[in-house]
Structure formats: C-alpha cells, structure tokens
Design a binder for this molecule. Structure first.
Ligand code: ATP
Ligand code: MG
Length: 407
C-alpha cells in the first residue's frame, strides 16, 4: 500500500552556510546508503520523498535508523486529489495501522494547494465522519490521540500518512569534525561514541589492549563493538587503533602505588590518545566517563587525569545514570556484546582500594619511578590500525593470542 517514505530534516535552524553543509552532507549519506536498494530519491526544501519501487518501506527505514540528522519519517501513500480516493486510502491506512485495536485518533489536514475545492477543515470533518462510520474501533481525541492521520494536499498530489516516527536526530556524522573515542569493552564507551556521532562527529576509536595479559576475547569484543558503531558511519567504516599496552601495564604494576594504578594508567592512556589524536587530525578525545560511577570518575580523579593533556575531552555520559546508558546501548545493539564477561586491562589487577581523591603531585611521584616516556613512544610506534567495516566481520579469535600478530 505504501509507495513512499517521507523523511524530515533535523535541526534546520542552523544559519547560513552551515545549513547547506548540513543538507548536502545528509543527502550524500542517504544517497550512498540507499544505493543498493531499488528506490528513487526526491529532495525537497524541508523534506525528502523516497519512492519505493520494489523495495519494502521497512528496508528503507532500517537504513534511515543508521543516519543521524533526520528528525522523523513516515510511510506515505500518494494519491490524486479526489475525495473518494483520499477516503479510500485513509480507510486502508487506518485499518492496517490499528489492526482492530481500539484507538483514539485525529485527522490533520494541510493544504499547500489552495485551489482545491474543500478547505482543510472541511476535508478533516468530512473524512472523520466517513472513517467513523466505517471503522468501529476508533474514538476521536483531538488533544492526545494515539494516532494522527495527516493529509497533505500539495500541487503535484495528495499525501497521506499516520504518525511521525522519531529518527536519530542530531547532525550528520562528519559535519562537526573528527574525534578519537577511548573505547573499552564496557557498556559506556560505545554509547559515548554513538552520542558523539549523533552530534555530527566522525569518530576513530582507540583501544588499549594488554594481550596476552588480558584475553584475546576482550580484544575481539572491542572489534565487535566497533562493527556495531560502524553501522552509523557514513560509509559503514570506522578506524580502530589497537595500542599495545602490556609493557606499560606491567611497569605500572611494578612501580606504582596500588591505590594509584588506575589513576596513573588513565594518565598514560590520555598521553597516548593525545599523540594519536594529533597524528590523525582529531580535535577532541571522547571517553565514557560518568560522574561518580567508579573511583576514577570522581571530579578529583578526572582532574588529576586530564591535566596530562591539552586536548579537548568530551564526556557525553558525564551526567547520565546507568539505566539511561543501558537503554541507549540496547537501542544501538551494543549491550549484548558489552556484557560478555572478558577482562580488559582495567579489570585485571583491580586495586582493592583505588584512590577516590588523588593528588597530582603523588601521581607524578609514582610516574617518576620509571621511564614512562620511552614506553609511551614504544606503544605509539607499535599501534596497529585496522578499518572496521559494519558489513564484513573481522575474526581474530582463531588467529593467535596477541593482537599485534592478528591485525
Ligand atoms: P565502559 O565505560 O566502557 O563501560 P568501564 O565502565 O569499565 O567501561 P572505566 O574502566 O571506568 O569504564 O573507564 C572509563 C573510560 O575510560 C571508558 O569509558 C573508556 O572511555 C576509557 N577506557 C577505559 N579502559 C579503556 C581501554 N582499555 N581502552 C580504551 N579506553 C578505555
Ligand atoms: Mg564506565
């Protein structure tokens, strides 16, 4: 029945040139992601019509749900302006959408073409009457209806659809520049990466891996998570930098006071992340920190950690509760991977009493116990970069016990 999907642009309140960048970036991404499907795309001022050809609306919607920047979409029926045709289609839509359930509804009519015989109000009233006389599970509720039937009379045709389904929102990925995401195998950092992408940032990911001190499965987890995130990238691809962290990790265990191991470990991670961010033209570092979640995420800890870098640090989840984070992780399909129980470098040798209010001077004193700059240099030099593609699975489990030998 549905011949079109109508898509609405997101925040078009952007000014001047930005508005065009927004639309052009988004249009290109849509064209690329729909290129495999038999559809025709028609761009208009504030919305896009996708003509379905042999494609199901659901296939198009699956693609739309991977593109940030759209505010909403609807499945649409297109017909000529003729009252009988409009009511025939309206009845078919209502019957399909209600599936015999009792539902409250209202009709909203908009007339871009004022030359047609009936006014918007007359169309709404006459159509409501006709629908109510033929469907008996409907009640009118003009204030809070469960279902709104929209009738849009335009010059070329009349469009009918039910409800506006919210899309991802935000800005198209890459419009806002590039950021480096610190990606652990946990629940939070993939959600952070998604939120950064949703705000228009292109992302690359860094993972600090300590194989064989940690299992190869934990590295595979990070690859699988990146694969899920790559779905939202404009070309379904994300760069993942695997930093060999084992040697530094061992030094920390040897030389750093146990209560400070996580603090110093994080400082090392940010030093390395900053170098890699600069090398790869990333203007910010994104982490999954959430205030107060663990000892290393108190304000005192975050301050002592971030002083090692001048790079901008973005913490999309700083103010989120775990439940809110989990909800997003479910939506972007990363949760099931994140909760697999493989240890990473932060869960191996977790100190019994990590410091909650660390001091910069004490962290520095611990770091002076070994030549950490040499280890950082070594880690950066031996970092392996791999391009993760949402459509082609990379399996390193069968390849060995150390990441650097697998990619
Ligand atoms: P997540 O936050 O992903 O659930 P987590 O809760 O275990 O993991 P922490 O260990 O407290 O988080 O780490 C806080 C943040 O530091 C992570 O969200 C992530 O951005 C970064 N991080 C931690 N460990 C690593 C790692 N091995 N590689 C890359 N980034 C990491
Ligand atoms: Mg966390």
């Amino acid at each position: 029945m549905y011949g079109y999907v109508m898509v609405r642009y997101g925040d078009l309140s952007l000014k001047g040139r930005n508005k065009n960048i927004f639309k052009n970036t988004l249009n290109n991404q849509l064209r690329f992601k729909l290129s495999e499907l038999d559809v025709k795309i028609e761009f208009q001022h504030d919305l896009i019509y996708i003509e379905l050809g042999n494609t199901l609306a659901e296939e198009v919607i699956k693609v739309l749900e991977t593109i940030a920047g759209f505010s909403s979409y609807s499945k649409v029926v297109k017909t000529v302006y003729d009252f009988d045709k409009i009511s025939e289609n309206a009845l078919a839509i209502i019957k399909q959408e209600t599936k015999e359930r009792v539902t409250t509804f209202k009709i909203e009519t908009k007339r871009a073409d004022k030359s047609v015989p009936l006014t918007s109000l007359e169309i709404t009233q006459q159509l409501s009457k006709k629908i109510l006389s033929q469907v008996n599970n409907l009640l009118v509720d003009v204030h809070h209806p469960e279902m709104t039937l929209y009738i849009e009379v335009r010059k070329d045709a009349t469009y009918l659809y039910v409800n506006r389904i919210p899309a991802i929102g935000g800005f198209p990925v890459s419009m806002g520049g590039k950021a480096m995401v610190l990606l652990s195998g946990g629940i939070d950092s993939p959600v952070s990466a998604f939120l950064a992408m949703k705000k228009g940032l292109e992302v690359e990911c860094i993972h600090f891996e300590s194989t064989p001190l940690t299992s190869i499965e934990s590295a595979q987890k990070v690859i699988d998570l990146t694969e899920k995130l790559a779905k939202f990238a404009p070309r379904y691809k994300i760069k993942l930098h695997m930093v060999p962290f084992r040697n530094l990790h061992e030094q920390l265990m040897l030389h750093v006071n146990e209560t400070y191991t996580i603090t110093v470990m994080r400082r090392m991670m940010y030093r390395i992340a900053t170098e890699l961010a600069i090398k790869n033209n990333c203007l910010a570092i994104v982490s999954g920190d959430s205030i107060g979640q663990v000892a290393s995420q108190t304000l005192e800890s975050m301050n002592v950690i971030q002083v090692v870098t001048n790079h901008l640090i973005i913490r999309p989840l700083a103010t989120y509760d775990k439940m809110e984070i989990v909800k997003i992780a479910e939506k972007i399909d990363t949760l099931a991977i994140s909760i697999k129980p493989f240890s990473d470098c932060c869960t191996v040798y977790v100190p019994k009493n990590p410091i909650i209010k660390p001091k910069i001077a004490f962290a520095e004193k611990n770091e002076a116990q070994f030549d950490y700059l040499a280890f950082i240099e070594e880690a950066v030099a031996n970092t392996k970069t791999v391009i993760i593609d949402a459509n082609s699975h990379l399996d390193i489990l069968s390849k060995g016990l150390v990441v650097s030998e697998c990619i």
